[in-house]
Design a protein around this ligand. Structure first.
Ligand code: AMP
Ligand code: MG
Length: 368
């Protein structure tokens, strides 16, 4: 299939009109949102939505989010909204928040994977909003990656995964937030975070009072996540990845990288600017470590995490060593992604000890 590529800023009206025309005609088009790039089709057309699953290789039991541009668009999609759902819409839309609500008959089964609820979001990205309005339908859209790969946060990463598989790609530049939307189930007695994201737990609690987090999110294989998609190994780079958490994560990572270098390993490193600077000073000239920094702070980590994971695949290290951040604010969302990327191979680095938090088969040099 020929894949059209529009640079939106060159001619926004024409690009959006053409892309919307393809969506209205039952085709699949990738588009930017403030979180990550989405792969969109007419959300009320089951045949069109099936093309999304085919392009991504997405398992059929993983439901999609319906994207809308105006509040009224949610009413035909749901059999009813409770006070929590309405409060969340009023406070956080448009923005990186998806709410799970009871579905209506109008929503095709393929969108909800047969569940009796549907996930809905109103993105704030102007290109996404314009596309939805021009297409004249809710747009079903998962992230625009091949299933299992990190979500794309720029149009080139979309093109790498989707050229030849979809009708078009709208290039609207890089996504500002960088991790997917927060998914909140509003149908449970206490609103529950099914996927942490750009809207933090603290922000939700300030509006709603108590909010729960799906206990399956911390990687316990015995628990079944309520968002079907959270059970899949996601976001994984090709090389095995090990994650240091805890107060001494940065220091232990630095020491481990120096030992790996001595052993002649081609190691990838994921850290912040401070640690990168320190490492480059300590490593000898001509070292082979691939040190990728996300910048400084959690917002930078969220924004750049996926592109850095994809960059690791381009330089093919033997293994990747990463450091974590605390779970406050955006930390919950980024740590959820980092832990998955590491396949839950996690070491806890505290004063005087490095212990295995989860996982097995760690290389010896990660400890001392
Ligand atoms: P993505 O489309 O890649 O952004 O992923 C959407 C996420 O929302 C996946 O983890 C889905 O499993 C989840 N999701 C979508 N619809 C529902 C629903 N009705 N109930 C629970 N989780 C949902
Ligand atoms: Mg996804």
């Amino acid at each position: 299939m020929e894949t059209k590529f529009w640079e939106v800023k060159k001619n926004p009206e024409a690009a959006i009109a053409e892309a919307a025309g393809l969506i209205a005609a039952g085709e699949v088009v990738a588009f930017p949102t403030e979180t990550v790039y989405g792969l969109g089709a007419d959300g009320l057309n089951g045949t069109a939505v099936a093309k999304i699953f085919a392009a991504k290789g997405r398992p059929a039991d993983n439901p999609l989010i319906l994207h809308i541009a105006d509040t009224e668009q949610i009413y035909p999609l749901t059999s009813g909204l409770n006070a929590n759902a309405r409060a969340l819409m009023d406070t956080f839309w448009p923005g990186p928040l998806t709410i799970v609500v009871p579905r209506s008959e109008l929503v095709p089964d393929i969108v909800t994977a047969g569940l009796d609820t549907v996930a809905v979001r109103m993105p704030s990205h102007p290109v996404a909003a314009a596309l939805i309005r021009a297409a004249g339908c809710p747009i079903a859209a998962p992230s625009a990656n091949v299933s299992g790969k990190p979500s794309p946060t720029n149009a080139q990463d979309v093109a790498d995964d989707m050229t030849g598989k979809v009708a078009g790609i709208l290039d609207g530049g890089s996504c500002g937030i960088g991790v997917e939307s927060t998914v909140v189930d509003t149908t449970s007695p206490v609103p529950t975070i099914l996927r942490p994201g750009g809207i933090t737990r603290e922000m939700l609690e300030e509006r709603l009072g108590a909010v729960e987090i799906d206990p399956a999110l911390n990687g316990d294989p015995a628990l079944r996540p309520k968002a079907p998609g959270m059970k899949y190994r996601h976001y994984a780079p090709k090389a095995p990845m090990y994650l240091y958490e805890g107060t001494l994560a940065a220091q232990r990572l630095t020491e481990a990288v120096l030992r790996a270098q001595k052993q002649g390993l081609h190691v990838g490193v994921l850290c912040d600017d401070t640690v990168k600077g320190r490492l480059e000073e300590s490593l000898r000239r001509g070292h082979t470590a691939e040190i990728f920094s996300w910048g400084q702070g959690k917002a930078d980590l969220a924004e750049h995490l996926y592109e850095l994971l994809r960059d690791f695949d381009r330089v093919s290290p033997e293994l990747i060593i990463a450091m974590g951040v605390d779970e406050k604010g955006l930390g919950l969302a980024v740590m959820n992604r980092l832990r998955k990327a590491a396949g839950y191979q996690i070491l806890q680095a505290e004063e005087g000890s490095i212990t295995v938090k989860s996982g097995s088969g760690f290389p010896e040099f990660l400890f001392s």
